[in-house]
Design a protein around this ligand. Structure first.
Ligand SMILES: Nc1ncnc2c1ncn2[C@@H]1O[C@H](COP(=O)(O)OP(=O)(O)O)[C@@H](O)[C@H]1O
Ligand SMILES: [Mg+2]
Length: 170
């Protein structure tokens, strides 16, 4: 794993490492948090969300929600996992009643969030995933709003103080 401290961008070298990065995020997550995941098919968005679920203490995480728009899991906080892949019109996304997923006891993670630009809240932690050759994925964090700048800072601190943090999680 390599970390670029300036861009808050890192690479993971296995699905497990991506899951563990998510687990670290889940540990830092608070109610009302919104994580927007962007990146092509197979870049690891679902693996990252699976890790977030583990980090929230969720045991029953199933598979990719590709055939469902929204799934709900219960841990330390509720996790709403949304996937906008199958939605092609912004009206469909606006019609989902997204507000119900943004509340104090829940974390909301949205795959294919780029499709929802304009109807999703401006304050969020955007995570861009890119496929590099082989099993390498470049993962870039773009915090928008004070809460997410703070969270991204904590994530960066954890990773910079301890570059092996991704492997030491329980
Ligand atoms: N570093 C990595 N991080 C995450 N997934 C990886 C990585 N390397 C290879 N993979 C593979 O890429 C695929 C990612 O799948 P998934 O998480 O469902 O992606 P997405 O939700 O972005 O379509 C899986 O088949 C996984 O095994
Ligand atoms: Mg997916």
């Amino acid at each position: 794993m390599t970390i670029d401290m300036y861009n808050l961008s890192l690479t993971t070298h296995s699905p497990d490492q991506t899951r563990r990065l998510g687990q670290l995020m889940g540990g830092l997550a608070r109610g009302n948090d919104l994580f927007l995941l962007k990146g092509n098919l197979g870049t690891g968005k679902t693996h990252l969300v699976q890790g977030i679920a583990f980090g929230l203490g969720i045991k029953e995480y199933a598979c990719s929600p590709s055939f469902m728009i929204a799934r709900e899991y219960h841990g330390r906080l509720t996790l709403f996992h949304l996937d906008l892949y199958r939605l092609d019109h912004i009206e469909e996304i606006a019609g989902l009643g997204l507000d119900e997923y943004f509340h104090a006891d829940a974390v909301c993670a949205i795959e294919w969030a780029d499709k929802g630009i304009g109807v999703l809240p401006q304050d969020n932690l955007t995570i861009e995933l890119e496929h590099l050759p082989g099993d390498i994925r470049k993962i870039t964090f773009i915090p928008q709003g004070t809460r997410y700048v703070e969270m991204a800072g904590l994530l960066k601190d954890t990773l910079s103080q301890d570059r092996e943090a991704l492997w030491k999680l329980p």
